[in-house]
Design a protein around this ligand. Structure first.
Ligand code: GDP
Ligand code: MN
Ligand code: MN
Length: 256
């Protein structure tokens, strides 16, 4: 058994309005059931999610958080504008984004972008993945899956990994429940985080620096799925999320 991960080379620096699907198709011959994995950085650039701190006007909450944390109120405002809930303010802003993804700084980044500029992640990464997927399918005539990724830290462990933040025609988890182990015992709990594993594999070729590889194609693994899928399927329902509950308790204590 084996699969391939192929770095798509020769992608230029991406700017607002660039046609990412045609740029990808110019640089790789796609095949049926390829999984096209794109870093949120280039998806966001193409969508024009670029901004300058000077252009942000902080509101009351942003000033309050800034006073508590010593951070730039304009940056806080940018984070708040993309968040539905703040779970941790200090030493870093851990939030759940409007799209439901929980990450530091709402995924706002100033790396791999021209000096003085920052980048919001795509506002609705599932939609970004679908649009990219449909365009790529039109251009290539192939059946494809797409994953939009970002680099995220993890609870409990040092080191960031690629994570899926938007998907198209790929199931985000594989349910092993009901299948048997080597000894015939029924599996009762395990769900494998396929989309995140694929994102992690692609990130091995992307790296985090000046590599210039924002798109990777995974070939030889069959995770294509015809039905509509959403990354929201992997967000743990509120009532089972004990970590979030704990963080909310801590927040309340610290603010009182
Ligand atoms: P993120 O994980 O989505 O935040 O993206 P990163 O900033 O970690 O970048 C992932 C990869 O994409 C790295 O290899 C970067 O060098 C590359 N990259 C970022 N922006 C561009 C771009 O505009 N053009 C090209 N060719 N590569 C880029
Ligand atoms: Mn990022
Ligand atoms: Mn990255």
């Amino acid at each position: 058994m084996k699969f391939e991960a192929i770095a798509v080379e020769n992608i230029p620096l991406i700017h607002a309005g660039d046609n990412l699907p045609s740029i990808i198709c110019e640089n790789i011959e796609l095949q049926d059931r390829d999984i096209v994995i794109a870093a949120s950085t280039v998806v966001a650039k193409a969508e024009g999610e670029i901004f300058k701190l000077e252009d942000i006007t902080p509101g009351k909450t942003a000033f309050e958080v800034a006073a508590r944390t010593g951070k730039d109120a304009r940056f806080i405002q940018a984070v708040l504008s993309r968040s539905r809930e703040v779970l941790v303010e200090k030493p870093f802003m851990l939030v759940t984004t409007l799209a439901g993804h929980t990450c530091v700084n709402a995924g706002i980044d100033d790396s791999n972008i021209e000096g003085g500029f920052l980048l919001y992640p795509p506002k609705n990464p599932d939609v970004s993945a679908s649009v990219l997927g449909q365009e790529l399918e039109k251009l290539s005539g192939r059946k494809l899956s797409v994953i939009v990724t970002d680099t995220n830290g993890r609870a409990f462990k040092i080191g960031q990994t690629g994570a899926a933040i938007g998907i198209y025609k790929v199931k985000p988890v594989k349910r092993w429940i009901g299948e048997k182990d080597l000894f015939g015992k029924l599996l009762e709990i395990t769900e494998e985080a396929i989309a995140d594993e694929l994102a992690g594999a692609a990130n091995l070729l992307m790296g985090e620096g000046a590599g210039g590889i924002p798109v990777v194609v995974i070939r030889g693994l069959d995770h294509y799925c015809e039905e509509e899928t959403s990354i929201k399927e992997i967000y743990r329902p509120e009532e089972y999320d004990v970590i979030k509950k704990g963080l909310r308790c801590l927040q309340k204590k610290e603010l009182n």
